[in-house]
Design a protein around this ligand. Structure first.
Ligand code: PLP
Length: 384
């Protein structure tokens, strides 16, 4: 197909943030209709409280948890800050001295939050991006009971971690498992992952930025001290007036995310890419992955230039390693997978989601064709 000025723009960056779902938009607008402080005792306050509690139930259902285990935060970064603390209680223990994190965690977790930097151990992954369980066992044997943070799915590659197996090891050693399920939620089942705590983010599901949650999934764990002190909101675990509109949108997006996506669009795209550019590298292809994410590089093609060319052609994707400033840097995820630097600097991430359709793949392939043809002066020919 040929891209013309009438071709609609295509958004394939759901892992950065998903477009607002209509259900979430309606829920947020309804919440904005009236003053919304859930702590107020008047009718408006009680209505806001009901909105927050309905959202709590929906988020709990997504996580397979009791609603009482859901603590709303401003997002997953704050949820990680609340969860990753030495005074977390789990399995009758507290006062954890070590935090073990997998090398491919999002920066929101990798920093270790309330653990001192010297008490954080980074665990290696294999070339497929999956955690090395042998290294985890060794680290647990050396550390004793520890808090372990392993994500369910990686934001750059979509690679899934063996969370159930990790949970088994962590329990054997009397530790606690915190699982960043930000990218997994709404894409794979997250109601029986086996972790003690889950981290979730509303805007990745099609809600608004400004709401996330830490979810205590069973009876083994209790959160440590709160990060924000003040009023007694969230049963004293997170002070501050709730962002009712964003929480309502989070709940609606969580409910709408119960229908999980198929990998058809991703598979169709990858088949078309490899048919056109056989030496393209698809990262993490040997591992189980999210159904919506494809991270790839074309030899000799810089991610920064390709990203801009695709954007000009009307397709929004992401560099596998874009930092907050939008600049393409070196990816710690691909480095941990020991991907060659040349490929790392070419990593592009395509992430589909609830608004994606088959025609998006055709438009993406056409945009790739035009962009790569220009960038490589016809050296690589991509069939659109
Ligand atoms: N964890 C993962 C895997 C992510 O992809 C992100 C956001 O990109 C976060 C955590 C942080 O989420 P939030 O934007 O809600 O703070």
């Amino acid at each position: 197909m040929t891209i013309t000025p009438d071709t609609p723009r295509v958004y394939l960056d759901h892992n950065a943030t998903a477009p607002l779902r209509p259900e979430a938009r309606a829920a947020a607008l309804a919440a904005l209709e009236a003053p919304s402080n859930p702590s107020s005792v008047h009718a408006e306050g009680r209505r806001a409280r009901a909105t927050v509690e309905a959202a709590r139930e929906r988020v709990a259902a997504l996580a397979g948890a009791d609603p009482a285990g859901v603590v709303f935060t401003s997002g997953a970064t704050e949820a990680a800050h609340l969860a990753l603390s030495p005074d977390l209680r789990c399995g009758g223990r507290t006062g954890f001295e070590r935090l073990l994190v997998s090398a491919t965690e999002h920066a929101a977790v990798l920093r270790g939050h309330r653990f001192a930097p010297e008490s954080v151990t980074v665990l290696p992954v294999g070339a497929d991006g999956r955690l090395d369980l042998g290294a985890l066992r060794e680290a647990l044997a050396a550390a004793g009971p520890a808090v372990v943070a392993v994500q369910a799915a990686n934001n750059e590659t979509g690679v899934l971690q063996p969370v159930a197996a990790v949970a088994g090891c962590v329990r054997e050693w009397g530790g606690a498992l915190v699982c960043d399920a930000v990218q997994a939620a709404g894409r794979i089942p997250c109601d029986a992952l086996g972790a003690d705590l889950l981290l979730l983010s509303g805007h990745k599901l099609g809600g608004l930025a400004g709401a996330g949650a830490v979810v205590v999934t069973g009876s083994r764990a209790t959160l440590g001290s709160s990060v924000l002190s003040g009023g007694g909101q969230e049963r004293g675990r997170r002070a501050g007036t709730e962002n009712v509109a964003a929480i309502a949108a989070f709940g609606a997006a969580a409910a709408a995310s119960a229908a999980l996506p198929s990998p058809a669009l991703r598979d169709g795209f990858e088949a078309a890419l490899l048919a056109s550019v056989p030496d393209a590298e698809i990262f993490g292809r040997a591992a189980p992955r999210l159904p919506n994410t494809s991270a790839f590089a074309v030899p000799g093609v810089s991610a920064e230039r390709l990203l801009i060319a695709l954007d000009l052609a009307g397709v929004a994707v992401s560099s596998g390693s874009a930092c907050a400033s939008g600049k393409v840097g070196r990816s710690h995820v691909l480095d941990a997978m020991k991907v060659k630097l040349g490929f790392t600097m070419g990593a592009i991430r395509v992430s589909f989601g609830w608004s994606s359709r088959e025609s998006d793949v055709e438009i993406l392939m056409s945009a790739l064709s035009v962009s790569l043809d220009r960038m490589t002066r016809g050296r690589l020919r991509v069939a659109a």
